[in-house]
Design a binder for this molecule. Structure first.
Ligand SMILES: NC(=O)c1ccc[n+]([C@@H]2O[C@H](COP(=O)([O-])OP(=O)(O)OC[C@H]3O[C@@H](n4cnc5c(N)ncnc54)[C@H](OP(=O)(O)O)[C@@H]3O)[C@@H](O)[C@H]2O)c1
Length: 341
């Protein structure tokens, strides 16, 4: 039963600062025959939302980015890639979920999660929320989690291998540490020293603070290097790989993306880059990992719905630790709460 005819969304009306974001009203979405109508309880603001809102793309991607995202403003003005909430209604043929079910999911590059309601294909990237997880944690499972499931699959990460995660305290980095540990890999995390205790809890064996130590000068070799930052020279990262090593570039500029595979091949190393696939099976796997306590997203802070601009500013600081969550709808405390893991 739906009584509302409109829903609130956060729209990005132009590329720019968080001031470019504003409330808007949209018609209440109606589920298609195999769709779920989900009332969102939580969503996240992540680096993807910041990159689209600010059109802050890795070097060399500016013009291509406008073509892909929209020339003057985002073609999809409602940002947000992941959510958790409750099924409110289902299409006439939908049979996998029922009204009242708690679900979480990933719209990925389709975005649209900064809204009170959205529709999802019941066979798409949506899964039951593990009972152990609140909506705020469930909403933060997919952006980092599905990205790293994709990359480790491509890299054929094996148990016993040594993984270096650069930018390990961010959303993707903290997922990279946990998912590598789950696969039996040994993990070294590159991040600010203050995050060393957190990295240990997530399963990293060692932490290197790049402000104090040059990871290229420590004499260690890695089977897989995951670069979540994009500022370290490609030669340095290839230089710390063991024979047969793989370099995973998540934030590289266009020039590096063109150069790195050739450089790698000449040394017998592989380079992997590009947007991660968005797969329903990965969301189901993240639900299973979370239910077993093997992947718990790190939460940087939780902002009330009305403080979406502050949430964007926190992401843009590039100093968040894990994920910034946005509670959707309802009344909420004036101050964001902060907790790690
Ligand atoms: N290819 C794909 O499909 C894909 C998917 C998702 C994300 N990404 C990209 O992956 C990157 C990471 O995303 P994220 O969401 O994890 O970002 P994030 O949460 O903002 O984390 C970035 C981390 O990098 C570190 N950092 C920031 N600036 C740095 C600098 N100049 N030098 C050294 N470390 C720095 C910070 O750690 P410290 O404070 O500890 O230094 C921060 O925790 C982004 O560029 C994003 O666009 C790509």
């Amino acid at each position: 039963m739906q009584h509302r005819t409109t829903v609130k969304v956060i729209e990005c009306t132009r590329y720019g600062t968080p001031e470019a974001l504003q409330w808007a009203e949209r018609p209440m979405p109606r589920p298609g025959s195999h769709e779920l109508l989900v009332r969102l309880v939580a969503t996240t603001v992540n680096s993807g939302d910041w990159r689209v809102r600010a059109l802050h793309l890795p070097p060399g991607f500016g013009p291509l980015g406008r073509l892909a995202l929209g020339l003057r403003r985002p073609r999809q003005p409602v940002l947000g890639t992941e959510f958790a909430g409750v099924v409110e209604d289902t299409g006439v043929l939908a049979c996998r979920f029922r009204p009242g079910d708690r679900v979480f999911g990933f719209t990925g590059s389709r975005m649209g999660c900064h809204a009170e309601y959205l529709c999802m294909d019941e066979y798409g990237p949506v899964a039951p929320t593990p009972p152990q997880l609140g909506c705020e944690q469930a909403a933060a499972l997919c952006f980092g989690g599905s990205t790293m499931l994709h990359y480790y699959r491509r890299a054929s990460l094996n148990a016993g291998e040594h993984v270096l995660v650069i930018g390990a305290s961010g959303t993707v980095g903290s997922a990279a540490v946990q998912l590598a540990r789950n696969q039996g890999a040994r993990v070294t995390a590159v991040c600010n020293a203050v995050h060393a205790p957190l990295m240990q809890r997530l399963g990293a064996l060692h932490t290197i603070d790049p402000a104090r130590h040059d990871f290229t000068a420590l004499g260690e070799r890695y089977d897989v290097v995951v670069d979540c930052v994009g500022t370290f020279p490609i030669d340095d990262m290839l230089g710390v790989l063991a024979p047969g090593g793989r370099l995973l570039l998540l934030a590289a500029g266009l020039g590096d993306l063109m150069r790195a595979p050739l450089l790698g091949r000449s040394r017998g190393l592989r380079v992997m880059a590009g947007p991660a696939q968005e797969r329903a099976s990965d969301v189901a796997e993240l639900a299973a990992l979370a239910a077993r306590g093997e992947f718990i997203p790190v939460i940087d802070s939780v902002f009330p719905w009305a403080e979406f601009r502050q949430a964007h500013a926190r992401v843009e600081s590039r100093r968040k630790v894990g994920t910034v969550v946005l509670r959707v709808g309802g009344l909420a405390p004036a101050q964001p709460s902060t907790s790690l893991v």
